[in-house]
Design a binder for this molecule. Structure first.
Ligand code: CMC
Length: 432
């Protein structure tokens, strides 16, 4: 037996195996705990529990490290493209030139969506949030693209993965066009993934969209930074829902719903809303910091803090430099950037934020980048979803291929009433 730890429960000592990850992180394997002792563990929010082993993404929250398949995110942001990074995440290795070319072509070949899907959009109420629409549309994709006869399971999965990666971006751009009452712009075979998305969003019959390589590069970096983040809320959701062996579209649809929340992917939209509020109240950050410190006020400084990163979010630093570059290129001055910088400067010296290990996360500056690209605020979380898709798919694939994978079914500690007899309605007291 390898390394173990001893646990003494009610005078009885049991030995539990210890697992060590590639980077030295340790876990106690408690999978036989209940069988051996009758006890379970309790860990609300699962901050101390590993739900799986995974070879996709490594994070070190103390050192501020993020690597996909071993490669630092800084190197990918500097040298890779979103499509190549998606290949890396999903297939587990960097592609050769030929593989990358074939992958890009298959993404383009699958980029159209069934024409009837346009009718769905027409029937959502005007004020619907794009994340709710996107989640529904992705679920609907299964009806339009059912399982293909005659393909092996691997071929079927590969086809579904390609379709999803390609069509999510088309669906997102379509939702924007339709929400504005504009003509839908179709994907073009001569454009790469990011240019195609920007073109589908902003090209119009009367004003052709001019592709700017620096903005395309900014979008590549934005999506690379969001590619995967190990077992975060939406990824865990994809794994949990996927563990019931539902199809990939349904699992991703659930992941999109989870990402929507303001404590998770919805934070990028919430940051801009908060910065606009500070701006319209006179640009003084002090009352907002005071509110964030106040235990009796539910207000939180959006774009600050992270469950894992406790020194800095490596993505935050990269997105901040992208933000500077994009605004410089566009020769644009965004007053929200001034406020964000002031907020960061003051918060990083504030004992509350220091003691609570609260630093700007990726969402703090990403909204300003997206604004500069022309993306409307309510589409920000959709942009996060497109970036996170390769990670969700990779994690779903890994879970379905794991020989030890089980249906997710946690236990609980019941705190309700003990056995209580049923009282017929006419015998109940205090009924009105
Ligand atoms: N502003 C003020 N106080 C905060 C903040 C914040 N942004 N974040 C955490 N705290 C305080 C919190 O009040 C609590 O204080 P105390 O211990 O005195 O009661 C303490 O820090 C721990 O908070 P927690 O909610 O238990 O910590 P967590 O690890 O569960 O929180 C978080 C992580 C991201 C939910 C949280 O930091 C937060 O709500 N941040 C704002 C939303 C945000 O920016 N989310 C995007 C995260 S990055 C994108 C992604 O990967 O999804």
């Amino acid at each position: 037996m390898g390394e173990t730890v001893k646990l003494i429960i009610e005078g009885k000592t049991i030995e539990l195996p210890v697992l060590t990850g590639t980077e030295g992180e340790k876990a106690i394997d408690i999978s036989r705990l209940r069988e051996l002792t009758g006890y379970i563990t309790l860990d609300p929010g699962m901050a101390n529990s590993g739900s799986c082993t995974s070879s996709i993404t490594f994070m070190d929250g103390e050192k501020g490290i993020l690597r996909y398949r071993g490669i630092p995110v800084e190197e990918l942001a500097e040298q890779s493209t979103f499509v190549e990074t998606a290949y890396l995440l999903v297939k587990g290795r960097l592609p050769t030139k030929k593989q990358l070319n074939r992958f890009s072509i298959s993404l383009n070949d699958n980029s159209l969506v069934h024409e009837d899907m346009q009718f769905f959009y027409q029937n959502f109420p005007r004020a619907s949030h794009p994340m709710g629409i996107l989640s529904s549309m992705v679920n609907a994709l299964r009806s339009f693209y059912p399982e293909l006869e005659g393909l092996s399971q691997t071929e079927e999965i590969n086809m579904t993965v390609t379709r999803l990666l390609s069509k999510l971006r088309t669906l997102a751009a379509m939702s924007y066009k339709i929400s504005r009452g504009h003509k839908v712009i179709y994907p073009r075979p001569d454009m790469c993934y990011c240019s195609n998305f920007l073109n589908m969003m902003f090209d119009t019959p009367v004003r052709p969209y001019e592709i700017d390589d620096d903005l395309v590069q900014a979008l590549n970096v934005f999506w690379i930074l969001h590619g995967d983040h190990e077992q975060n809320c939406s990824t865990s959701t994809v794994r949990v829902v996927g563990s019931a062996r539902v199809n990939l579209y349904a699992a991703i649809s659930a992941g999109i719903a989870a990402l929507w929340g303001p404590l998770h992917g919805g934070a990028n939209q919430a940051v801009i809303t908060m910065l606009e509020e500070i701006h319209s109240s006179g640009s003084d950050v002090t009352p907002f910091l005071k509110r964030a410190r106040d235990k009796n006020d539910p207000f939180r400084l959006m774009g600050f803090g992270h469950r894992i990163y406790k020194t800095h979010d490596p993505r935050g630093k990269i997105i901040k430099s992208v933000c500077d570059r994009v605004l410089k290129k566009l020769r644009r001055h965004d007053p929200l950037l001034d406020i964000a910088q002031k907020l960061e400067e003051v918060a990083l010296k504030d004992p509350y934020f220091i003691d609570h290990h609260l630093y700007p996360n990726v969402d703090f500056y990403s909204g300003i980048v997206l604004r500069a690209l022309g993306i409307p605020t309510n589409m920000f979380t959709v942009m996060f979803a497109i970036g996170r898709l390769p990670g969700w798919v990779a994690q779903w694939k890994e879970s379905t291929e794991d020989v030890n994978w089980k249906l997710h079914r946690p236990r609980q500690i019941y705190t309700g009433p003990s056995e209580t007899a049923y009282v017929p309605i006419d015998k109940r007291k205090n009924t009105i």
